[in-house]
Design a binder for this molecule. Structure first.
Ligand code: 5AD
Ligand code: SF4
Length: 374
């Protein structure tokens, strides 16, 4: 019996697929080389933009023929997309050959749903759940070990679906994180440890007693061993001086900060509910450059947010030009059902978004060439 997992989206999903893999192996399945060879096929989905969802619909739909040929295979769809009830129901209705549809909080119970399939198709979406500490991960990312430190997000940036499909911020206990990292280090095959969270800088605020992210970083670096430490993602409103100081002083921490700006215009940043200004953002960049010379800095940007004018987009261009990032991701704004921005007037036409994203990426290329960055 074999399993195959198709993963979409961010590192968090990649890591959660490592948990799914461990659950499948515990049930006696082994990894198939391709989906056609598997008896259990899992789609771990992403809801961040429409494009990600369209790919899932296409790829799940394509399994209709396979299921006809091999009616006993089990097909499961889980993750952020199916945490939304409307989408989960839509998948159940449109793809009668899909056996299991579950949300993000059901994932630790995946084995239960596979066993229950004998009784019929399964659709269940839990609305919340604690961080699972019971199932170990099957690490699949070579020399890098992902370590989750928190789940959820409290920020409610107006474009973002994450708070709706991942719930509120919940931190893992520092004790459990340190224990996992000690085990990872003891295995001796991981050169890099990457801490994961939607907003790592607010780690520990919900713990009693509270633990700061800077403290967590210091405590991890104190673990003896030959490893590099990285983390993502940082929110500019929460990236404090003490975190910058720890990055500067700890040899184990990679000098590489992903600090999504999203826009270079204050009116748009305000509409996005990002809770910092262009000036504050540039202030943080200046501090990083002073304290950590040669630090790699990368960012995410969204173009064509509702009502964004040409001049406002040019503010994003000038920010990118000023910071001279090592690399950026540029996205066309994609309305997500249920978010505040999707209900705003002044949605920007697709052609304009396309032109702006091309312009931004062309600028990035030019800067990389000039600065000799990679
Ligand atoms: N449309 C386009 N891009 C988005 N992102 C998040 N939500 C949306 C959306 N609705 C981008 C942000 C974020 C990255 C992971 O995805 O830039 O930092
Ligand atoms: Fe989404 Fe904003 Fe939270 Fe990031 S910080 S996950 S963009 S709501």
């Amino acid at each position: 019996m074999k399993y195959f997992i198709v993963t979409y989206g961010c590192q968090m999903n990649v890591h959660e697929s490592e948990k799914l893999a461990a659950i499948c192996e515990r049930m006696g399945y082994s990894l198939a080389e391709k989906r056609e060879d598997a008896e259990l096929i899992i789609f771990n989905t992403c809801a961040i933009r429409e494009g990600a969802e369209d790919r899932v619909f296409g790829n799940v739909g394509a399994l209709k023929k396979l299921k006809k040929k091999k009616p006993n295979i089990i097909i499961a769809v889980c993750g952020c997309m199916t945490q939304k009830e409307t989408t989960a129901n839509h998948i159940m209705r449109t793809f009668p050959f899909v056996d299991i549809v579950i949300g993000t909080f059901n994932l630790p119970n995946f084995e239960y749903y596979v066993n229950a399939v004998k009784k019929g198709r399964q659709l269940e979406i839990l609305q919340e759940g604690d961080i699972d500490e019971t199932v170990p991960y099957k690490r699949t990312s070579g020399e890098n070990a992902w370590v989750n430190i928190m789940q959820g997000c409290n920020n409610f940036c107006t474009y973002c679906i994450v708070p709706y499909v991942r719930g509120r911020e919940k931190s893992r206990s520092e004790e459990n994180i340190l224990k996992e990292i000690r085990e990872v280090v003891a295995e001796g095959k991981y050169k890099k440890i990457t801490l994961l969270g939607q907003n790592v800088n607010s780690y520990g605020k919900d713990l009693v007693p509270a633990v700061s992210f800077a403290q967590l970083l210091r405590d991890i670096c104190a673990i003896p061993g030959d490893f590099k430490l990285w983390f993502m993602t940082s929110h500019p409103k929460d990236l404090t001086d003490d975190v910058i100081d720890v990055i500067a002083s700890e040899e184990k921490i990679l000098k590489d900060i992903h600090l999504p700006a999203q826009s270079g215009n204050n009116r748009i940043l305000n509409l996005m509910n990002r809770r910092y200004t262009r000036e504050k953002y540039l202030g943080i960049i200046k501090k990083i450059r002073e304290k950590i010379p040669n630090c790699r800095i990368t960012s995410d940007f969204i173009v064509g947010f509702p009502t964004e004018t040409e001049e406002e987009f040019q503010d994003t261009m000038s920010l990118v030009d000023e910071v001279k990032y090592d690399s950026i991701f540029a996205f066309m704004y994609s309305p997500r059902e249920g978010t505040v921005a999707s209900r705003m007037d002044g949605q920007v036409p697709q052609e304009i978004k396309q032109r702006r994203v091309n312009e931004l990426l062309a600028l990035e290329k030019k800067i990389q060439k000039q600065e000799g960055k990679k």
